[in-house]
Unconditional design. Structure first.
Length: 510
């Protein structure tokens, strides 16, 4: 059987690993364990990826794309580079293609099967996009695995103890927090949370804002407002200088943000770790509030957590460690914080090619981070959001809601699908809709079922079904009355297969 690899498709860095000869190993790219998730287009059609592309961020910012993961799921976002119109999916697929080509070279065989990790807090659309990026890169995406779960697998595989662990993963662009119970080799996700727009990039941004303000006071130059090409370059230089300063502050108590020639002036600003910590405080506070709500969701107290594991490059910042120690407990720092996620993915991937007797005993039970549901009219005729799959539900799963037409002779029902926790659908994220024709329209209410399926990759499939009226639906109505409008799925499935219920549309495009 050919190998299947595990890929951590990070905002800033990408890592690929494989399980072979009984151990999991990172497959280096150009001698490094991680490859920058950067793509750069040169005149003449060359496409640079990784280290070479990152080096061009400064020289050629207009033709270089970084951090595309931040825009996964955003179907409006495009990058205009070198006369091309690229989506975040296109960019991610170029990165994936390159890292897999590298893996193939190292392994000496063509690799096309892969497990790719995604932030646990990624929405269905973001997951779909990640899967599409893999497919576009020519990969057979075996499974999408949440990053913290992957980290837990990599970490838990060599420990035999039952424990409750919290994974605090702060990468370049995303913050993920998960609580998992590890019992033997069964990993049960208890609760997940986080923010898909919070990471090391934001720490850089805090330093940039601070530096631009100081620089303006000193030189009168408004770096932030300068839209010229030079201004853009200067900001890029500042971004690099800010990241360098940040990384330095993980080791020392003070540093300087330096740009020898910044729009004709020299920028040299001293930054102490105390000042830096103050700049990061609002970001750290956000991670704390996510930690607290995830603990609350799992019904746990900080003392119940046996271990907090730090994952992701941004956790190298001492202030991050301190705040975790203060709020929960002294964290355990995994060795290879940059590789542990892809290691977990490689272990999951291995079970797709290992012969049965050699299979790794890993079992993952995952939960959703968001509620999924539809809008309905309540008794007071107000539009209300009903969660059909409440957040923290284990998946893969399938759940249904029993509703009905809301007026006589209604010939169509518009079903809108949302993600979120607010009773007001408008305050939740709109995912898509489908229109279900009701035939024939009736004076009486016609029962309508909504079925949500969340597959093993965390992607949602939505089905609407017109149910028969009268005695055929009697048991369904009875069940719904007793169970908070829940649709009795086995009964509905029988009605569908016998042709008594009409499935109008399946699978929603989000
Ligand atoms: N020594 C360090 N001190 C502080 N921050 C660091 C250090 N080393 C790396 N970082 C930061 O870590 C971030 C990258 O982390 P990582 O490689 O884990 O992210 P990623 O996996 O690409 O992103 P994500 O998981 O969010 O998609 C960058 O913001 C980088 O500046
Ligand atoms: Mg990461």
């Amino acid at each position: 059987m050919p190998y299947a690899v595990g890929i951590d498709l990070g905002t800033t860095n990408c890592t690929v690993s494989v399980f072979r000869r009984g151990v999991v190993e990172t497959l280096p790219v150009e001698g490094k364990t991680t490859m920058p998730s950067v793509v750069s287009f040169r005149d003449g059609g060359d496409v640079l990826v990784g280290q070479a592309a990152k080096a061009r961020t400064l020289l050629d910012p207009e033709h270089t794309v970084a951090s595309a993961k931040r825009f996964m799921g955003d179907r409006e976002k495009t990058y205009q580079v070198s006369g091309r119109n690229l989506t975040p999916v296109d960019v991610a697929s170029i990165v994936l293609k390159r890292i897999v080509e590298n893996a193939s070279k190292t392994l000496g065989e063509d690799v096309s099967d892969a497990v790719i990790t995604v932030p646990a807090y990624f929405t269905e659309a973001q997951r779909e996009d990640t899967k599409h990026a893999g497919e576009k890169a020519g990969l057979n995406v075996l499974r999408l695995v949440p990053e913290p779960t992957a980290a837990a697998i990599a970490y838990g595989m060599d420990k035999g103890k039952d424990q409750l662990i919290m994974i605090y993963d702060l990468g370049g662009g995303t913050f993920d927090i998960s609580i998992l119970a590890v019992k033997g080799n069964v990993f049960t996700v208890k609760a997940v949370g986080g923010d898909s727009r919070l990471g090391g990039d934001d720490f850089d941004e805090a330093v940039i804002t601070w530096a631009a303000k100081q620089f303006k006071a000193q030189s009168g130059i408004d770096l932030a407002g300068d839209t010229s090409r030079e201004g853009m370059k200067a900001r890029q230089l500042l971004k690099e200088a800010a990241e360098t300063a940040k990384i330095e502050l993980s080791q020392s108590s003070r540093t300087n943000v330096i740009i020898p020639n910044c729009l004709g002036h020299s920028l040299d600003l001293e930054l102490s770790v105390t000042e830096f910590n103050a700049l990061c405080e609002p970001l750290l506070a956000r991670t704390v509030s996510h930690m607290k709500s995830v603990l609350a969701d799992a019904g746990l107290k900080p003392a119940d957590i046996d271990r907090v594991i730090l994952v992701g490059g941004a956790t190298k910042t001492p202030a991050v460690r301190e705040i975790v120690a203060r709020e929960i407990k002294e964290p355990y720092v995994a060795d290879r914080v940059d590789e542990v996620v892809s290691h977990g993915a490689a272990l999951v991937a291995a079970n797709f090619y290992l012969p049965e007797e050699d299979m790794l005993p890993i079992e993952v039970v995952d939960v959703t981070g968001h509620s999924l549901g539809i809008d309905v009219l309540n008794e007071k005729h107000e539009v209300t959001f009903v969660p059909v799959i409440p957040r923290q539900t284990k998946y893969p799963c399938r759940r249904g809601f029993m509703g009905a037409t809301s007026r006589p002779m209604q010939d169509e029902v518009l079903m809108q699908v949302f993600r979120g926790e607010d009773v007001n659908p408008e305050k939740n994220a709109y995912l898509g809709e489908l229109s279900l024709p009701v035939s024939p329209p009736r004076v009486d209410f016609v029962p309508i079922g909504s079925i949500f399926e969340l597959d093993a990759d965390g992607i949602i499939h939505f089905t609407a079904v017109q149910l028969p009226i009268g005695s055929a639906s009697a048991t369904l109505i009875d069940h719904a009355m007793k169970h908070n409008n829940e649709l009795d799925l086995p009964v509905v499935d029988r009605l569908i297969s016998s042709g008594k219920a009409k499935v109008r549309t399946v699978a929603i495009k989000t």
